[in-house]
Design a protein around this ligand. Structure first.
Ligand SMILES: *[C@@H]1O[C@H](CO)[C@@H](O)[C@H](O)[C@H]1NC(C)=O
Length: 130
């Protein structure tokens, strides 16, 4: 059986905790989410072929937390090959990066490219063929 005192104590702890959560500083982040320009809808790439992925760098924030880019292939809504990005370690402000579609990629028409800087951004769905 709870005494009024322990009840008050618990409520005090809870409200203190909620105050802390509410006042946690939101770190100022300039998230750069560069829109992928190519490949675009209707693009067809062969496995093993090389292409330049391009993205829009015309409107970057003044400060970018992470300028180092990474390109990952997605199939459907799944990022595939997160451990083996198509490219990484390039300057996100370049707007272009050559990639090679791995030879073991399964053909499909629901692929997209994700360019990561601060945050990821999916390009349009495109097709990979044998
Ligand atoms: C990608 O772009 C670079 C720079 O413009 C160019 O030298 C290279 O040949 C291009 N690669 C492909 C596969 O088109």
């Amino acid at each position: 059986m709870m005494t009024p005192f322990s009840m008050t104590f618990i409520l005090t702890i809870i409200s203190l905790f909620m105050t802390l959560v509410a006042s946690a500083p939101v770190s100022p982040r300039d998230v750069f989410v560069p829109p992928v320009l190519y490949p675009k809808a209707g693009t067809v790439w062969k496995v093993g072929s090389r292409h330049n992925v391009t993205w829009d760098v015309s409107n970057p924030p003044a400060q970018i937390t992470n300028k180092i880019g990474r390109i990952v292939l997605a199939k459907g809504n799944l990022l595939i090959g997160l451990d083996e990005p198509l490219a990484e370690g390039f300057d996100i402000l370049k707007g272009r990066q050559e990639v090679q579609i791995p030879k073991n990629t399964k053909p499909g028409n629901d692929y997209s490219i994700v360019v990561f800087g601060d945050s990821g951004n999916n390009g349009a769905r495109f097709t990979i063929t044998k």
